[in-house]
Design a protein around this ligand. Structure first.
Ligand code: 9D3
Length: 275
């Protein structure tokens, strides 16, 4: 079982967030353990001080090294990977999340606004992670994002085994739009093929629509996807289909204006699929 110990001045933020939904179920089922620890436990002065002003001046308070070190030493063992959430870290990706999910023990250090003493990073931290280029008030939301993203890769955490495999990003594509009852709503119809019961046709439709949605919303991802598909295609000896982009253009040209509208693809032009 993957065990995660989170070091934070706000343990309730972590405990509350992981007690809901898919994460809450994973904890209940012992697929994952998340515990929060506060350096305040090791503060011995009257005010239980855990941070101080930065030497040389500057914004924010810096977490004191001593109480932080004692908290790390309380939870750390030989096989632990210590991760510091910080705006200076490498940006989290699906691949980082997947790799972290394979570890046996993770220690997440959350700084508050201002951060932690550099000497703790030098001595204890194995990896520094950011969740994106924007400023948060502390590492807790970062740690929670990483925990949520990695949990999906633990077998059994999601409903069926392959959901994490099939999901967006594993193939480099965004998801297709989804529909539920009723069949007509706001004067818009559910795409015909989804009602057909033809599972092979439906899977092919979903895949092609995913590609088109990605082309429209994330041209950067589409370019990467197409590169990989072309490599696969030209490596094949016996070709069962035409070239990927040609197949996609063919599919798109056969869609009705109504269906394009329902899928938000009305402003994609056939010329966009010329390569
Ligand atoms: C004095 C504050 N800043 C100087 C410009 C540095 C700073 C330190 C700590 C800014 C924010 C924070 C708190 N942020 C995090 O702990 C954090 C974070 C983030 O801010 N953005 C993206 N990912 C992460 S992960 C942890």
């Amino acid at each position: 079982m993957l065990t995660i110990d989170v070091i934070t001045l706000f343990p309730e933020m972590i405990e509350t967030a992981v007690s809901h939904g898919v994460l809450g179920q994973a904890l209940k089922s012992d697929l994952l353990s998340v515990k929060a620890h506060t350096p305040r436990e090791f503060a011995s002065d009257r005010h239980r001080t855990v941070d101080d002003r930065p030497f040389g001046g500057g914004d924010g308070m810096i977490m004191l090294p001593e109480t932080l070190e004692k908290t790390i030493q309380k939870v750390q063992h030989k096989t632990s990977k210590v991760v510091y959430l910080s705006p200076q870290g490498k940006t989290l990706t699906d691949e980082t999340a997947r790799a972290l999910s394979k570890e046996e023990h993770l220690v997440f250090i959350c700084g508050r606004y201002g951060g932690i003493d550099q000497r703790i990073i030098n001595e204890y931290v194995d990896e520094e992670l950011s969740i994106g280029d924007y400023v948060l008030s502390g590492g807790e939301l970062g740690a929670l994002v990483v925990i949520d993203a990695l949990a999906r890769f633990i077998p059994g955490v999601l409903g069926h085994d392959d959901s994490a495999q099939k999901d967006s990003f594993s193939e480099g594509l965004l998801e297709h739009p989804n529909f539920t009852r009723p069949r007509e709503y706001l004067n818009q119809e559910v795409p015909e093929v989804l009602l057909s019961g033809n599972h092979k046709l439906i899977e092919e439709w979903k895949h092609k629509v995913s590609a088109l949605v990605t082309l429209k919303k994330r041209p950067d991802l589409f370019k990467e996807y197409l590169k990989k598909e072309n490599e696969k295609y030209y490596a094949q000896k016996k070709k069962k289909t035409g070239p990927p982009l040609k197949e996609l253009k063919e599919f798109f040209s056969q869609m009705s204006a109504q269906e394009k509208q329902a899928l938000g693809l009305e402003d994609v032009r056939e010329e966009d699929l010329n390569g």
